[in-house]
Design a protein around this ligand. Structure first.
Ligand SMILES: [Cu+2]
Length: 174
């Protein structure tokens, strides 16, 4: 019968859940749209895009493009450099929205195998760190890169706060 008590209890629970979600957010996998707003297209420089982020095991790359206009080949370093896919192809994707999980701590190399696109810049390499690695992330080059990753982080946190804020409101006014 004590309404204030139960509101307090629900608020406490909701805040607890919120805090847990924020904590988890720091270890949970991130999803990266390759090329950000440019997506996977021939307009972008993907070496610059790849330099902006620090990738960890479990993160997911999402390649978005018009099916048929591009594709995604995961290749060896040699194939990445030569753009010659007669060998060194590790995986192929062509759905138009390909999700590639970075399941190992190693270097990954990606190219587009539509003629001319790889040599034209649709290729990049990334270093994926172990998820529990204590080694500091590779410093991004100065200029605006650090602020870009800061905004990316903020966006991820905000994405988690909003659903929990809604739950808190629902619980309080139920
Ligand atoms: Cu392409």
């Amino acid at each position: 019968m004590n309404a204030t008590k139960s509101i307090q209890r629900y608020s406490f629970l909701a805040i607890l859940v919120l805090l847990c979600s924020l904590r988890l957010n720091s270890v949970i996998a991130n999803e990266y749209i390759v090329g950000d707003e440019e997506l996977w297209s021939s307009q972008s420089n993907y070496a610059i895009w790849a330099d902006k982020y620090n990738f960890s095991m479990g993160d997911v790359l999402v390649f978005k493009y018009l099916k048929g206009e591009h594709n995604v080949y995961q290749v060896s370093e040699d194939t990445y450099r030569s753009c010659d896919t007669s060998s060194g192809v590790l995986a192929k994707y062509d759905s138009g929205e390909d999700q590639v999980e970075l399941s190992e701590a190693k270097r990954y190399w990606f190219i587009c195998n539509i003629p001319g696109h790889c040599l034209g810049g649709m290729r990049f390499g990334i270093q994926v760190r172990a998820a529990n690695s204590t080694q500091p992330p590779i410093e991004p080059t100065p200029s605006d890169n650090s602020s870009t990753s800061f905004f990316h982080e903020s966006r991820t946190i905000i994405r988690h706060i909003i659903p929990f804020w809604i739950i808190v409101q629902l619980v309080l006014f139920m």
